[in-house]
Design a protein. Sequence first.
Length: 262
Amino acid sequence: MTLREGWVRQIFGPPNSPLRRRLRKLPVLGPILRRALSTYRGVRARRIELGLALQRVRTDFKNRRAVTAANVTRRNNRRAYEQVYGDDRLLSEYLAPGRVSLYAEVAEIAAAERPRSVVDVGCGAGNLLRAVIDRAAPERVVGVDYAAAGIQRAKQLVPSGEFHAQSLYDGLGADETFDLVLCTEVLEHLRDPAAAVDVLVRLCDSGGRILITVPDGAQDAWEGHRNFWDEAELQEFLGRYGDVEVSRMRATPMSLLAVVRP
């Protein structure tokens, strides 16, 4: 009850009190009072709605300014990922169960290829490469990521790996090729995904495989992404590079898996 409502009750009594009933029955004053009361209630309801709307705006503003992995990575730039990989709390948030499950499933698929050499383009903190090594034990693993903080984490997680802090567009040496090329949850962030796939194809050895995952663009609307493909669109986009099979990930159904055989 507001302070104003309290005064009204002190003067006229509670709703439907004898005094209020008598006033409502007055020939002239009654209709005026009813209209005034109806107007007051409408104004009060609109004020409450406006207050709640402003509260939601303030809450949303505070939530979006909070330093969380989702808010930081929404900026979709190198500095954002340096911050996430360089902070234990943010990295723990970033490596949510869904992402870890995706890495585990990709690693299982990779192990079935029995690769001797693997490169992870956009390797982040090295968690996917760690999962691949644990399941497939390739002779050589290489990781590339533009965030130096991620590369430092990966070196600690995978001491036997070779890591390069650089843009994926730079590729590696001209004669560097691998049995298996991984690129998970990367292409949706890029300004030029076609140029990135050109690099992946150059890195893939004759008879090798490229494993690519992206969110299903039919469901994905996250602000940190630039590119959105559904299953058919991903098939068409990658089809120019060779034989392509697109399927849906089991552990994370919102993600699509493309196996490319250049």
